[in-house]
Design a protein around this ligand. Structure first.
Ligand code: CP3
Length: 344
């Protein structure tokens, strides 16, 4: 039985005449209405934990552009905070967390079954959204993948090469693996509650998967994603899972089966033609227009958008960027991309 919502149809493996479309970071600082609501909330974390305002910013890009999916407004670093890490955001710089570098740091984290005390406002946001979204818009919940979340928990901030996380992995593998296991268990719990609250699809963001080399990629990017997907599928067989191991390059091949995911999200490091032949042959793909076109626009945007649509036109495809839209993007370029995809 074909499903009604286009995103769910693509995730079920259907090839659609026009790919459904949404955009990573679609609620964000390139939108004046986001900046206004964020100013009202105060800081970024207050916005994440305010269900009415978080639902409002989630809905803003749906109202403006009519995207086929809405992604819950939250952050991958709320889970570490719920596990007991200190978290704050430095304006213009990004996240800061208390660091975990040894067993003592790991021991300070709280039990997984207590994370809802912090995260319940997020579930409330999901509930509001499932009431208020248009009937044809799919609600996507999400979490960070364990490796990416661990890179922030170990370093206490974003790092260009994930050096501190690689160092802990190489110098104290038991603590590193115990941290990953804890995040994995927390993620299963967190995503389960999002689904209970009304998320119709979940996505795992592994932004730093590409820095895992050799066997580490299978052990610390693929395996935790497989474990989370399997646990969710056991409880919620009808909920599609999108995995986004960013920077995987040629290792994107075979990931539908290795992870058990319904969809593999592609960054812009692979060409759409390569990905159609090597990844989309196994199932739905999402992506992969370079985000910079949302800044630069014009003929390049139209040409590259058409290239992505064309390359993936013979299989299930959800149109998206290869990474999040940046604050310097022009909202008019987003409309141009959507019109180009929809052939208007
Ligand atoms: O996509 C969406 O619209 C949903 C909401 C969402 C946010 N972050 C909101 C956000 C999602 C899915 C994320 C995921 C996320 N968060 C990732 C994985 C995806 C990726 O971008 O690689 C990561 C690594 C984070 C951690 C994080 N959050 C960083 C490093 C930063 C600072 C960098 C930046 O862009 O400012 C954030 C802040 C953040 N998360 C913002 C938003 C809208 C900007 C905050 C602001 O309003 O100032």
């Amino acid at each position: 039985m074909p499903q009604q919502k286009t995103i769910l149809r693509a995730l079920a493996g259907e090839t659609l005449p026009t790919p459904p479309i949404w955009m990573m970071r679609q609620a964000g600082r390139y939108l004046p209405e986001y900046k206004a609501t964020r100013a009202q909330a105060g800081d970024f974390l207050s916005l994440c934990y305010n269900p009415e305002l978080a639902a409002e910013v989630t809905l803003q890009p749906i109202r403006r552009y009519g995207f086929d999916a809405a992604i819950l407004f939250a952050d991958i670093l709320l889970l570490p905070q719920a596990l007991g890490a200190d978290l704050w955001f430095v304006t213009g710089e990004g996240p800061r967390l208390s660091t975990i570098t040894d067993q003592a740091g790991l021991d300070k984290l709280g039990p997984v079954d207590e994370i809802d005390a912090v995260l319940s406002p997020v579930y409330e946001t999901v509930k509001i959204l499932s009431r208020e979204l248009p009937a044809d818009t799919t609600l996507i919940g999400f979490a960070g993948a364990p490796w990416t979340v661990a890179t922030y928990m170990i370093a206490g901030q974003g790092t260009p090469d994930q050096g501190p996380a690689h160092a802990l992995k190489n110098e104290n593998r038991p603590v590193f693996e115990a941290l990953l296991a804890k995040i994995t268990a927390g993620t299963i719990h967190y995503l389960s509650r999002q689904i209970d609250a009304g998320a119709e699809v979940v996505k795992l963001f592994d932004s730093w998967a590409g820095s895992l080399q050799g066997e580490d990629f299978a052990k610390y990017a693929v395996e935790p994603a497989r474990e989370i997907t399997a646990a969710l599928k056991a409880k919620y067989p009808h909920i599609p899972v999108i995995a986004f191991p960013r920077g995987a390059g040629h290792r994107y091949e075979g990931l539908h089966a290795a992870i058990g995911a319904d969809c593999i999200a592609l960054d812009d490091g692979v060409t759409p033609n390569w990905a159609a032949g090597h990844v989309q042959i196994d199932g739905c793909v999402q992506g992969n227009l370079a985000s910079r076109h949302m800044v630069t626009g014009g003929k390049d945007l139209i040409r590259e958008t058409r290239k992505v649509v064309q390359a993936f036109s013979n299989g299930p495809h959800i149109f998206n960027l290869g990474h999040g839209i940046t604050p310097d993007a022009d909202p008019a370029n987003v409309q141009l991309m959507i019109d180009t995809v929809r052939g208007i």
